[in-house]
Structures are given as structure tokens and as C-alpha cells.
Design a protein around this ligand. Sequence first.
Ligand SMILES: Nc1ncnc2c1ncn2[C@@H]1O[C@H](COP(=O)(O)OP(=O)(O)OP(=O)(O)O)[C@@H](O)[C@H]1O
Ligand SMILES: [Mg+2]
Length: 452
Amino acid sequence: MKINDQEMLNIVEHMIDNPYMGVIYVNAKCEILVVNETFAEILSVKTDALLGKHINEIIPDSRLPHTIKTGETNLCELCIVNNQKLISMRVPIYNNGKIVGAMSKTLFLDISTARNMMELIEPDNQSAPISSNKFFGKYCLDDIIGNNAKLCRAKSLSLQVANNNSNVLIIGESGTGKELFAHAIHNAGQRKDYPFVRINCTCIPENLLESELFGYEEGAFTGARKGGKKGKFELADRGTIFLDEIGEMPLNMQTKLLSFLQEKEFEPVGANYTIQSNARVIAATNTDLEKAVAEGRFREDLYYRLNVVSLMLPPLRDRIDDISLLTEFLIKKLNRQLLTNIEGIDIEALKLLEKYSWPGNIRELENLLERAINLALLECEKRIIPTHFPTLQNNKIESKTTLSLNEAVENLEYQLIMKTLRSNNNNKTVTARMLDIHPSVLYRKLKKYNLA
Ligand SMILES: Nc1ncnc2c1ncn2[C@@H]1O[C@H](COP(=O)(O)OP(=O)(O)OP(=O)(O)O)[C@@H](O)[C@H]1O
Ligand SMILES: [Mg+2]
């Protein structure tokens, strides 16, 4: 049976117009030419508003431009679009041997379907990378905004070391982009197709940390899962393990980590055999590790092992030249997240940002801009003006009658936490003690203010 062009067109149209998969097609200039309702729904934007836009204006992390540039095909990747995890494929479209566009199509619209699928394929595999987005590097070097010389040096060093296996220590105050850099180093090298596994050394109780990192054997302790459990080092084999807040790692774990770094193998808890892993270690700290070494809280030999490549991230107050670029980028990012349409920031408001000392760095800037956008919306303003930064306008807080009691209390709480964190070199345990709250309460508050 033969079908004519019109019938073919109808079929293609119906295939695209399909509630079970999101489809997006861009031309060689990366402009969106086709997007189906399903994808538009994921983005929470009407299809008409998407057509003709550059893909990165809508999805900043989209790698479709990379596909256009390089012809790279990726048949299964995890993407975070509008805060939703999708599994999709990305392919170039050729015409007469030339790339004329690229298409991305979702394979699974939700992670649980993917997880079920993995279980069907490999019922015993608990480490299926697909089971969580934390097993993929989320950011690339291009996502790190800024032209400041120190930042550019950190970016070029990241690129240089991406393909070697040296341990990397990222040092920077809270909110300077340590996590962003760790992902980007992973994604800039050949390890990008393997897992990126992150572990925050302060978030896991000391007694569980060993089994989280190195896994355990069945029956290793009461409550141990049947069949045992793989640890992060094994999951990160051939990929990267990101040890965040390494300065807080207990001494006994430091010893086991050092042994892994020397031997590239380890023993799971309760096991009498060793497992090898070719995971590359990237560690991050916002505390002064040399001081911790001097005080006997951190092993000197481990410090030198980790510090083979050290990446110092400048605090925002040392890169005020980037404030305007970062602000522009963050307003666009927040507009997408909050589904708002703020057009920009007035010069006077920008000057306020440039005068501030930024103890919480880029995370604080992001947080302040989010609050400013919300205030602008309340006042039906299209642009951010100085009064949208009540905390930066010294002495004006009290006179601002529109601030509710709740907002005023939150502002004060936020400033106090920031100040105390800063005076303690971002050490959260000491900060919690000084503020006389439990560390878990501090973590909750940091999360609330987007500081963790
Ligand atoms: N150069 C940058 N360009 C764009 N966004 C950035 C940049 N640096 C940081 N950010 C953003 O700022 C926020 C904080 O960054 P990140 O989580 O990497 O900081 P961190 O150094 O790990 O902080 P902490 O020590 O508190 O964990 C994130 O939302 C991140 O996307
Ligand atoms: Mg971090």
C-alpha cells in the first residue's frame, strides 16, 4: 500500500501530537521550529510562546546546540527540565549529509517508569544509574557564568584536568559554585558517560557514613538489607565521586578514604574481600583544611593526597565585575523557574548589588533576586528597583511599612544566620551552636533561605 504526501504529513503530525512523549525540534540556528503540547506542558509554557526562540533561552542546559555543532547522538540521557526529571534522546537531523537541525524526544516522562523498566531489565541491579538524577553530572563549564579573571582561571584549570585522574580539591566559601564546578569537571571529560555520585559528608550520620561510602555485606549489622548494598565508591566506578564538605569527615573515615586513594580498592562493611573502583575523587570544602590539619581534625597525608589539583573559587565580593552578568543570567533563570516575566534590573538597584559584600555569594544573590522578583510582582513592576532589596537598603527596613511582620522577622533571621556563618568560616556545626539551635534546624533554615 502506498500513501500520498498529504497522508504522510497527517501521520507525522499525529505522531508528534502525542500525549505520551514530548518532542522538540530545532533548526541549525537552534531555534525551536516544532514543539508538541506535551513538551510545552512540561515547560509550563504555551507552544506559541516557544516557537522561534533559541532553545537555550527556554532550556539553558539543553545540549541540542551541542548536537548541532558536533553531530553527537545521545540515545538515553537524564535531563532536568523545569525541575522535572525526564529521560530523553537527542539526535541530529541530516539533509543531504548536512546537519539541518536536531531533535529531542522523551523516552520516559517520569522517572518511576524508567525505574520499573530498569527492574525488568536487571532485577538485581540496585545501582542502575538511571534511578536517580544524582548519578549524572548536571552542569557543564558553559553553565558557569562570569568573565572575572580568577573565575576564568578556575574554568580553564577545570578543563585541563577533566581528562586526567588526579584528585581535585575545590576550595571556596559557601555558594561560590563548588558543586557547579564538580559537575562541570565531570562533564568536560570522558567520565561524563559514567555516574557522577555526590555525597555530603555532613548530612549522613557518622555511623552510616562508612556503609554509604563503601557499601555493606548482607548481615553486616542489624537492619542491613538482604543481599547487602553497594556503596557510593562502587557506584561511581569509572565516573566521579564528589565528596562535599570533606572537612567534616570523621577521622576514621578519613583513614579509609586515604587507603582507597592509595589502593583504588576497599572492603565493604562486614566483607572479607575487596572491591576495585576507578572512581575519580573530587572533594570540596568551605573550611580552612590547613587549619583543620594543624588542629588535628584532618589527616595531613589525606590533605596532600586530595590536594593534587586545587581549585580556588573566588568569593563574589572579589568578582564584583561579574555581578551584572550574573544578575542578568539569574533573572532569566528565575523567570523560568517562577514562570514570571521580569524584564531586568534598574541601574540604581544594580549599584546596590555591586556595593554589597555578599557573604553568601552567588546563592545569596540568587536568593535575593528571587525575593526581589516576588516583591516586583506584588507591586506590578516589570523591573527590579532598589526598594525590592529591602535588606540591602540599610536603615530603610523599619520605614518600609509594606513589609509584614513575618517578612521582617525572616529578613532578620536570614541576616543573622548569614553573619554567624560567615564569622565561623561557614562551619555549620559551630554556627548552630552559636545560634543555640540544633544543627538539623539550621539545615532546615538554610534550605528555606536557599542557602544549602
Ligand atoms: N558562576 C556561576 N554561574 C551561575 N550560577 C552559579 C555560579 N556559581 C554558583 N551559581 C549558582 O549558585 C548556587 C550555589 O552554587 P553551588 O551550590 O555550586 O555552591 P557551593 O559552593 O557548593 O555552596 P555550599 O558550600 O553552600 O554547598 C547554585 O544555584 C548555582 O547554580
Ligand atoms: Mg555545595
